[in-house]
Design a protein around this ligand. Sequence first.
Ligand code: IPD
Ligand code: CA
Ligand code: CA
Length: 267
Amino acid sequence: MTTSPDGLPLAATGRTAQSVVLEAAHYAGKIHLQYFRGDHLGAREKRHADVVTDVDISIERELRQLLMREFPSAGFLGEETGESEGDSEYTWTVDPIDGTANFVRGIPHFATTIALLKNDAPVLGITYDAIRKDTFFAAAGRGLTLNGVPMKPNYATSIEEANLGFDIGPEEDLNVRAFDIIRSLLPMYRARLLGSAALGFAYAAAGIIDLYFHLALKPWDVAAGLLFIQETDADAVSIDFDGAPATPWSGSYLVGARNLLERMRTA
Ligand code: IPD
Ligand code: CA
Ligand code: CA
């Protein structure tokens, strides 16, 4: 695969990976707005407490076509259309709507999130919130930007002052554990159940919140967000609940202010 001066693969049409991924995420956002609070979403449960719509599936199909046309030797890993192996070290991950449960009920907090992995490590990532027109973007070694502006977090120094985001999923035992963690951190006053893990990671990287945790996420939920955290600052870290550095396959995640994470992990 030909690479451009930024070290990332060039698209078949000669465009940069950054330009293609921005187009892909913003296209997805346009579709979000077209259907948001509309009548014909085709919402149903994939499994207990895990909802999908026709909009998720059609966006992912279109993004997959675009990315595979532009990067034919890359692999693909999408929430709704599955995995295909490529014949290069690159793989795209796509979550067409992260926060579908919010989207379906008309709660304006969800995003598209796309990442490019090189040998399983994220090197390019975007999370786009079409409602607020917020584009979180990072390329390895080039920092995190929010709408083109470089972001550096300025974290709270104690759990009492921290804004802590978290989310729960379909697994009841893990949800009990998540609420036990919150309970054991009391007194703390600003816990936020956000409903989009991708935005939770992006907010924690940008310092909009101080911490975010989740006990069961997938690579397509977190790949862009892990890069945001890595690209932000030495004060921001991502670990799993064993305390190991997080990867897209860790499953459980604690991200944000380094000085507060260990307290949360052992809560
Ligand atoms: C979900 C969201 C939610 C989290 C769930 C995820 P989806 O993704 O990120 O915040 O709690 O565990 O599955 O299904 O809306 O793409
Ligand atoms: Ca998701
Ligand atoms: Ca999704």
